[in-house]
Write a protein of this length. Sequence first.
Length: 319
Amino acid sequence: MKKRTLLLHLLLLFILIIAACGTEEPKQEISMQHTKDVLLLEKPIIEKQEDEAIAEDKQLENVQEKKVQAIEQKPVVKSTEELSKEKEELVPLKDETEENKKLIENDSAGDTEAPNEKNDKETFHQNEETTIKAGVPTINASLPDDNSEARVTPITHVVIHFSSNVLAKPQDPFVPEDIFNIFRDYGVSAHYFIGRNGQIYHLVSEDRVAYHAGKGNLPDFPNYKDHLNDYSIGIELAAIGTKKEMEPMMSESAYESINPSYIGYTDAQYHSLDLLLHDILSRNTTIKRDRKHIVGHDEYAPTRKTDPGSLFDWSIIGF
């Protein structure tokens, strides 16, 4: 009986083992199928993420490439010494004559030996009249920065000049663009230029030193010897002086051919100059309104300059 019972137990155990083995395989099949289904569902998501990563890398490469190009195209900044050396090596204009050199030396109020050679002639950009200084309408005609330098000293003076293009164009000597080109090509400048009809052209910002006075001396300001540019604002007026004052620049016959209306100054110029001076002094309280601080170029450099000359009436502007 015991032996029979043992056999039954062994048989039952065998059946249970077979049953267990029979159910294991379907579970594995279900598990594998589930994994396949998950992979198939996730494949498009994975591929999309990969595409986005590739696009992001490409965008970063494009940005980096643009930065490299910008660096390569960045203009070279030259030192003051290099610019000065290049300016000294510039070749004079081929059509330059002795008379033209004299004209520029006197009329443009500068002290350069030769003009800067330029290929383009379109740098005179005359904008619409705009009030860029309090109460005074001016025309913006900015000269290149090479014609001036940063100011580091206080402004204490104003210097009055005259300018013209009478040698080159005796019948039309006051074209603003011609005056501008003379300043630009010869490396000289002024802060303002007043035309025959009273138009005020703004050429150089007051916070920069314009090259208008050159070498000279003021008795009451010995420290300013040959350095009045550093302390002053230069104003040019379109005008021609007397025959004697123009003698260093032109012959007597050439002077007598000039239209008499071009000689001296106009009422419109005096009016605009008075307004401009009032405005300059209101903004620069270091300039006193007297004849020690408002001077003519011929007072600072009497052996070289004749402008604004004897035809300029100081009383009209209150002196």
